[in-house]
Design a protein around this ligand. Structure first.
Ligand code: GTR
Length: 328
């Protein structure tokens, strides 16, 4: 009996020891996204997790917290900054308040179209801005990759928007960045800044009349049945970002850092493929739900209306804007 219990004790100790050693070597990156499982951004990060796991025999994995389980994007950025999570997939919108130059992407109509935006994020401007995130110790973040967020367009519960005047007086939810509130106000509506975690409630209670987003988000956040007037104003083309906690990054070995950078960057094109498919599928779903997707053939009046935003912010980013415009 004594022997048995001695063996058992030894057995437990050995098990405890080996699991401690095991636990020490295992690394789990917590990742946050406002989007649900299956959404292109979430899927791309999960694939990054599979690659990390395959390259390290399961030593490094990613645990995904989708669907705003950990809050909105402001929270995700803060959690990554303190190292509570490692990976945040967020829009450039809220990150512009931390890395000022990124705000150039938050200016209305800064890109000619999606292809132009892609050429910019895939080229030297994209590389420079991504690097700036990591180079500035104040951000608490390392930039891994850009992702595609398509073009954002208005939807609301009140009326069809075909011309700028139709936006007059509408309370529209914008992302948390003064540029967006100014943009909405310049277009004649009232911009109301809030995180995505509050938008459904705000739409249902009438705190806002509408919001603006790409088709996949309009669809997957469940806003289609609530706000049925959707007009393709495409006033903002904002790339998305994959960032890593600087604090957690610095605690990794050089080899692990290299893996994070490599597989992180690979999400950029992986997500894009998934994105294009998703845009098409969402558009079809939206139309099948009986929504008239209004196209705006002449965007000039919308572009003219946001001139005050450019007057206020444009000069500061003039050099970068020129580089963007010169990008073919
Ligand atoms: C989506 C984007 C999210 C977030 C969201 C929002 O298009 O993918 O990162 O920015 O819009 O409006 O809050």
């Amino acid at each position: 009996m004594k022997v048995l219990s001695a063996l058992l004790v030894a057995g437990f100790a050995a098990a405890a020891l080996s699991s401690a050693a095991h636990a020490q070597s295992k690394i789990v990156f917590k990742a946050s996204d406002v989007h649900p499982t299956g959404y292109p951004t979430v899927e791309a990060v999960e694939r990054m997790g599979k690659k990390l796991s395959a390259a390290t025999n399961g030593r490094i994995t990613i645990q995904m917290f989708p669907s705003m389980q950990l809050g909105g994007e402001k929270e995700a950025i803060e959690q990554a900054q303190v190292g509570a999570i490692q990976i945040a997939r967020v829009s450039v919108g809220p990150v512009g308040t931390i890395v000022d130059d990124l705000n150039v992407f938050n200016l209305p109509f800064v890109f000619r179209d999606i292809a132009h935006m892609r050429a910019v994020i895939d080229g030297p401007i994209g590389d420079d801005l991504l690097k700036q995130i990591g180079d500035n110790p104040k951000t608490g973040l390392v930039g891994l990759a850009w992702m595609d967020g398509g073009a954002r367009s208005f939807y609301n519960k009140v009326r069809d928007v075909r011309k700028v005047e139709d936006l007059k007086g509408l309370k529209i939810r914008m992302m948390g960045n003064p540029i967006f509130v100014d943009t909405m106000n310049a277009l004649g509506g009232n911009g109301v800044a809030m995180g995505m975690d509050q938008v459904m409630n705000a739409l249902q209670t009438g705190v806002v009349d509408g919001a603006e987003n790409n088709a996949p988000s309009y669809d997957s956040f469940g806003h289609v049945p609530v706000a049925k007037h959707y007009s393709l104003t495409e006033h903002l083309i904002i790339p998305e970002l994959l960032v890593f906690s600087r604090k957690s990054f610095d605690a990794l070995s050089k080899d692990d850092q290299a893996l994070v950078l490599k597989f992180g960057k690979e999400t950029q094109l992986e997500q894009r493929k998934l994105w294009d498919e998703r845009v098409e599928a969402s558009m079809q779903k939206i139309k099948a739900a009986g929504i008239e997707v209004i196209t705006i053939s002449d965007k000039k009046p919308f572009q003219d209306a946001v001139k005050p935003v450019w007057d206020k912010y444009g000069a500061k980013y003039a050099a970068l804007v020129k580089r963007i415009q010169d990008t073919k």
